[in-house]
Design a protein around this ligand. Structure first.
Ligand code: CMC
Length: 434
């Protein structure tokens, strides 16, 4: 990818030598310093274990300004996409860089809907999992297994193959996710309906039963769709970085997305929505809030207020703002104002956002705080929360994966380290060791 070289350069000096590092200017956001020649010029590496101060790639897909709470996809504000675009339209935008025309949208939608069906043999995979397996485990394994079924589309040097795999991944991940849930509750799998929208079909596959006609509530389908749009991409987060890293080795796209799902699973990332709900249950009642917050603020404790804080957003998470509104709408639509858990969540949010500890550190509710509450209100089981996140983020993952493969400057990701182990020493044969 071409970079705009800035006039500014940064001089890096050691006692014995120095180098001029060029800086690059993005369309928006801070400039970056190109340190790629530093090992060669100075014999030094930068040290940044959490990649806090490191841009690992250049990208045209998503822009975040954490201080101002701005999130743009291909230049469009998330607030506008969440209000006016559905998930399929957002997927097209992320994949191809432009909003679709009406005709492009219909062609894309029709094609995506036909990809929802899974090869019938994939059903057999589910039987290999224990009945009580976490659906994320089933999703991770089964998405990876798709590469064993869809051999056409695996020549990643071909644009048509990349596109075919990307579309398959977005469409089929939702079917696998719904079937993972059905398997865990012992109900028969529900086949996808090609006439329904992405969200309607997802609810249909989750909640329909043979012999029991399930009518999708449009308000709830819209809420799910909004959650999907809000989770579709988020720049170079841990799971997207994982997808790019695995992709940089030339692995097939199914393996890359499966690795992304594994990274998303952790409670510091996509697992936070499930963890937030579990946290609420452990707090129990409003009376439990002060003691819990004391633990969350205690540096000697590992307890954290789940669904609060973000590496990038330090004032507010724009996605959380939108979902806060949706959350209230869903609660009102379903008449759940008196639900004790939702009531507890609202109180916890109020207390924490007025607490000096959280204010001082810029810790605000993130997208996972509200998405968990909405999903709970919609009757989606907790162990499916992160799965739904994965279904949405597959769009971002495949878009970022495609962008990386199409970037001629991309190289295998191979960082270095600061070695702090033993010095070179002589091997002692086992019978001579004391
Ligand atoms: N509860 C209590 N204290 C916190 C929290 C929290 N949720 N988050 C950060 N802190 C404190 C932390 O202890 C530290 O305090 P001090 O300066 O006194 O040492 C300070 O705030 C800075 O925290 P950090 O760990 O350096 O921040 P980070 O950028 O490395 O971590 C985070 C970001 C999201 C992992 C973290 O805020 C967290 O663990 N939050 C809870 C889990 C969560 O909700 N994750 C979802 C993130 S949004 C969706 C996604 O990306 O998947």
């Amino acid at each position: 990818m071409n970079h705009n070289t800035n006039k500014n350069t940064v001089t890096i000096e050691t006692n014995s030598s120095s180098m001029q590092a060029p800086s690059f200017q993005g369309t928006m956001g801070p400039d970056v310093i190109d340190l790629r020649s530093m090992p060669q010029n100075l014999g030094l590496y930068s040290f940044d274990p959490g990649l806090i101060g490191t841009a690992t790639c250049s990208s045209k897909i998503t822009f975040i300004d954490g201080e101002k709470g701005i999130l743009l996809h291909r230049g469009y504000p998330i607030e506008e996409l969440a209000t006016h675009a559905n998930f399929t339209e957002t997927a097209y935008l992320l994949l191809y860089g432009e909003l679709p025309t009406l005709e492009q949208y219909h062609v894309f939608k029709k094609d995506m809907n036909t990809h929802r069906l899974l090869n019938e043999q994939i059903r057999n995979f589910f039987n290999g999992f224990r009945r009580d397996a976490h659906p994320m485990a089933i999703l991770c394994g089964t998405v990876s297994a798709l590469s064993a079924f869809y051999h056409d589309g695996l020549n990643i040097s071909q644009p048509e193959d990349r596109d075919l795999s990307a579309r398959r991944l977005i469409a089929k991940t939702a079917t696998i996710a719904a079937w993972a849930y059905k398997y865990s509750i012992g109900e028969p799998f529900i086949y996808p309906d090609e006439e329904m929208s992405f969200s309607e079909n997802f609810l249909h596959m989750l909640f329909a039963r043979p012999g029991n006609h399930y009518k999708v509530n449009p308000v709830l389908a819209r809420a799910i769709d909004r959650i999907l749009v809000l989770h579709a991409d988020h720049e170079q987060n841990a799971s997207t970085t994982t997808v790019r890293l695995v992709g940089s080795t030339g692995s097939n796209p199914y393996a890359c997305i499966s690795a992304g799902i594994a990274a998303l699973w952790g409670p510091a990332h996509g697992g936070a929505n499930e963890a937030a709900l579990n946290m609420l249950k452990s707090i129990g009642t409003r009376d439990g809030i002060p003691a819990f917050l004391e633990k969350a603020k205690d540096r000697n404790s590992t307890v954290r207020l789940m669904g609060f804080g973000h590496r990038v957003y330090k004032n507010f998470d724009p996605r959380a703002k939108i979902l806060q509104e949706t959350c209230r709408e869903v609660i009102a639509e379903l008449g759940l104002e008196r639900d004790p858990l939702l009531d507890l969540a609202m109180e916890l949010e109020k207390v924490a956002t007025h607490d000096e500890y959280f204010i001082k550190r810029g810790l605000y509710p993130n997208v996972d705080f509200y998405s968990g509450l909405i999903l709970k209100a919609l009757g989606i089981p907790e162990n499916m929360f992160t799965v739904l996140f994965a279904v949405a983020r597959t769009v971002g993952w495949v878009s970022q994966w495609k962008e990386m493969i199409e970037d001629p400057t991309a190289r295998i990701v191979r960082p270095r380290q600061l070695y702090i182990g033993s010095n070179r020493r002589k091997f002692t044969p086992i019978h001579e060791r004391g």
